[in-house]
Ligand binder design. Structure first.
Ligand SMILES: *[C@@H]1O[C@H](CO)[C@@H](O)[C@H](O)[C@H]1NC(C)=O
Length: 240
């Protein structure tokens, strides 16, 4: 459904160009991003989300625009990191709060789900494993961006990234790799937990590798974590 909406909007956008519109259309067509929200104790959300720039309302901050034109960061409205957060919350039933800073013309997110900031732990925003240079309503996002909201983002050693095969044969060992999403270097000592009967967990070796042998057929979901790091993206492997 989401993707269909995207296709329709995308087609509309193409139609604009097809009829030779001399200037870029000033419409906020929205896009689909890969959104991940890593809370204090668990992943709050991970998945694709359709979002467009729109007004966001929080208890502490009130109702304000959140479409990339905040603080004159972009000339035209469009989807942003915080609009994606808001879209996901509405669709998947979690809430968040944030104060509004008139100077930056942006929200400062103070809680997502059950993870409020503390005196020393704050929420951070990354796109493609890089901290955004501006706030969440100023930072525009584009189709397929990996948008990450991370609790206690500023005191962690690594933002873990997990990679591996999408299919595996039952009874055959398969290798996954844990890296630091910012540097690409392997991360040792991360715990990779796999869902599904008998799959268990493994700890990454010195080069960041873990090897699983799945016996139960079907989909297993894997995710890596380490005490001093932001947990990884999930990887799903289909065992046949
Ligand atoms: C959206 O927020 C702006 C302030 O940023 C306000 O002026 C405007 O009235 C709001 N629009 C809606 C539809 O609430």
């Amino acid at each position: 459904m989401l993707f269909q909406t995207y296709l329709i909007l995308h087609t509309l956008a193409l139609a604009w160009f097809a009829i030779g519109t001399p200037v870029a259309p000033d419409v906020n067509i929205g896009t689909v991003v890969n959104l991940r929200i890593e809370g204090a104790e668990k992943t709050i959300f991970e998945g694709p989300i359709f979002t467009r720039g729109h007004n966001v309302t929080t208890v502490a901050g009130g109702n304000h625009h959140c479409d990339g034109t905040n603080n004159h960061e972009n000339p035209r409205p469009g989807p942003t990191c915080t609009s994606a957060l808001d879209s996901a919350g509405k669709e998947h039933g979690f809430t968040f709060d944030g104060t509004f800073d008139p100077e930056f013309d942006d929200f400062f997110i103070t809680r997502i789900g059950d993870s409020p900031q503390t005196a020393t732990q704050f929420w951070g925003i990354l796109v493609g494993f890089e901290f955004t240079p501006v706030g969440g309503c100023q930072q525009r996002v584009h189709l397929g961006d990996d948008v990450l909201w991370a609790f206690d983002a500023f005191s962690k050693n690594h933002f873990l990234k997990l990679a591996g095969p999408v299919t595996a044969r039952s009874g055959q060992p398969v290798r996954f790799m844990v890296t630091d999403g910012m540097t690409g270097g392997g991360v040792a000592g991360a715990r990779v937990v796999a869902s599904g009967r008998g799959a268990g967990s493994q700890v990454s070796d010195a080069s960041g590798h873990v090897t699983f042998t799945f016996n139960a057929r079907g989909v297993h979901d894997l995710k890596a974590d380490r005490d001093d790091s932001i947990r990884s993206n999930g990887v799903s492997v289909l065992v046949v």
